[in-house]
Design a protein around this ligand. Structure first.
Ligand SMILES: *[C@@H]1O[C@H](CO)[C@@H](O)[C@H](O)[C@H]1NC(C)=O
Ligand SMILES: *[C@@H]1O[C@H](CO)[C@@H](O)[C@H](O)[C@H]1NC(C)=O
Ligand SMILES: *[C@@H]1O[C@H](CO)[C@@H](O)[C@H](O)[C@H]1NC(C)=O
Ligand SMILES: *[C@@H]1O[C@H](CO)[C@@H](O)[C@H](O)[C@H]1NC(C)=O
Length: 400
């Protein structure tokens, strides 16, 4: 049977190669869908619905190594009288930014875990922690600023665990915290054009306000949850010749491409890398219009496969609206030719290595606004994965 081992190895390698070549490219860091996990449990339907309504479900799905403390429908009644924003703050305290399966929870000593509430931008430095303590065989969850009259929330049971990505546990009641429960003033009315014009993004404000459809969509979303990446004036000027060439439909799409229908604080951008869908995604059926947000230390770069655009400064950050200036106009792969090598993070524009390197602000790539770019976009990706697959085969052969 000595001969069969290399054969098995090889066929394994080939199977792996085939899978790697044809499997869809990994999208976001999203491995699990909390909404789907909880959907199987009727007693948590209220908790689940509120995670979606407050958009916390998105934040949970983007994370890894996380623990969700779920409260049953009866316990959720305690949140009925709060505004949606306050509900979001309170529930974000029930998302621990660490993995606590039942085993670890029961074995571990007393500890303080950080929570998603800390990323909300309203939590003070010391708040946003949940203490996990053990007392007479029970595990308690409590904050430092809990209401004096409140009893600690207690561990009930494990609902679902995917070590060490996500644990969903049931706790007996809502965890109390004065800071999270504090009323949130309604967002002050914001004049989007004025806000953009005042700092860095006057030209983009002009483009946006000149496009009634895009402006209406973005303006309506800003009070709900919006992150807008506005190219600085120089970037708009550099892109202007290409922009003029786009069809009316493509102009609307590319403007909406700069808007995410979700709120991301700078801390959230810096703490997560992954794909984001844009308002262009939701506006046009069957089009992707997503891009990767990549963070490295404090710097955040948006990569569209055509261009890499760096977040340069926060124009405004007041939940649920965040506006960031970016160094380059974002060009979607749906409208422009894909640049094969991942575009390097934009650097001070000194050495320009040909048109491919920086996504071609030199105006040389096609911008027909047609669908043909899609096919071209797919090819290099598949190629790249084949190269990786071939390397796997080679490695397996080397073992024989
Ligand atoms: C998660 O699951 C829910 C319910 O099955 C679905 O509506 C939603 O689109 C899913 N979200 C993602 C990001 O896949
Ligand atoms: C929570 O933990 C912190 C740090 O370990 C500690 O200083 C604090 O007293 C604890 N609070 C409660 C209510 O257990
Ligand atoms: C933009 O939205 C605000 C509400 O936040 C509204 O008062 C204003 O009229 C809108 N502007 C336009 C041009 O639709
Ligand atoms: C705009 O389109 C015209 C005609 O298709 C083309 O000749 C020109 O190079 C394009 N300009 C830019 C900047 O892409």
């Amino acid at each position: 049977m000595a001969r069969s081992r290399p054969a098995i190895l090889l066929s394994f390698a080939l199977a792996t190669a085939a899978i790697m070549a044809f499997a869809p490219a990994p999208a976001a860091a999203t491995k699990y869908n909390i909404t789907k996990i909880l959907a199987q449990y009727k007693e948590f339907s209220k908790f689940n619905a509120m995670l979606s309504a407050t958009r916390l479900a998105n934040d949970i799905n983007r994370r890894q190594t996380i623990t969700v403390l779920a409260v049953d429908n009866a316990g959720m009644a305690a949140l009925d009288h709060y505004s949606k924003q306050t509900q979001r703050h309170i529930l974000s305290l029930h998302v621990l930014v660490d993995y606590y399966g039942e085993k670890k929870l029961k074995k571990g000593g007393n500890t303080a875990s950080s929570t998603l509430f800390m990323t909300s931008g309203i939590a003070s430095e010391s708040s946003g922690y949940v203490n996990i303590t053990h007392k007479s065989g029970k595990v308690n969850f409590q904050t430092d600023d809990a209401d004096d009259s409140s009893k600690p929330s207690q561990y009930v049971k494990s609902i679902k665990e995917y070590p060490y990505d996500i644990a969903v546990l049931q706790v007996s009641s809502i965890i109390s915290s004065a800071e999270a429960e504090a009323p949130v003033p309604p967002p002050a009315p914001v004049d989007l054009v004025e806000l953009l014009s005042k700092k860095y993004c006057k030209s983009f404000a002009d483009l946006l306000s000149a496009n009634a459809e895009a402006f209406r969509a973005v303006n309506e979303t800003k009070d709900e949850a919006l992150t807008l990446f506005c190219p600085v004036d120089a970037a708009v000027a550099a892109f202007a010749p290409k922009f003029k060439n786009l069809t009316a439909k493509a102009k609307t799409a590319i403007l909406l491409y700069h808007a995410l229908p979700d709120y991301y604080s700078m801390q959230m951008l810096q703490g997560n890398s992954g794909a984001v869908t844009t308002m262009a995604t939701t506006s046009e059926a069957k089009k992707d219009y997503s891009y990767d947000v990549e963070s490295s230390g404090k710097s955040v770069t948006l990569r569209t496969k055509v261009v890499a655009s760096a977040v340069t400064v926060t124009v405004d950050d007041s939940e649920p609206l965040a506006v960031y200036a970016v160094s380059k106009f974002l060009q979607p792969k749906e409208l422009f030719k894909v640049v094969e090598a991942p575009a390097p993070a934009p650097e001070p524009a000194s050495k320009k290595k040909g048109k491919a390197a920086d996504g071609g602000d030199d105006g040389s790539s096609d911008d027909s606004g047609s669908d043909t770019a899609d096919k071209g976009a797919a090819a290099p990706q598949v190629l790249k994965r084949w190269v990786a697959a071939a390397a796997t085969v080679a490695a397996a052969l080397a073992l024989m």
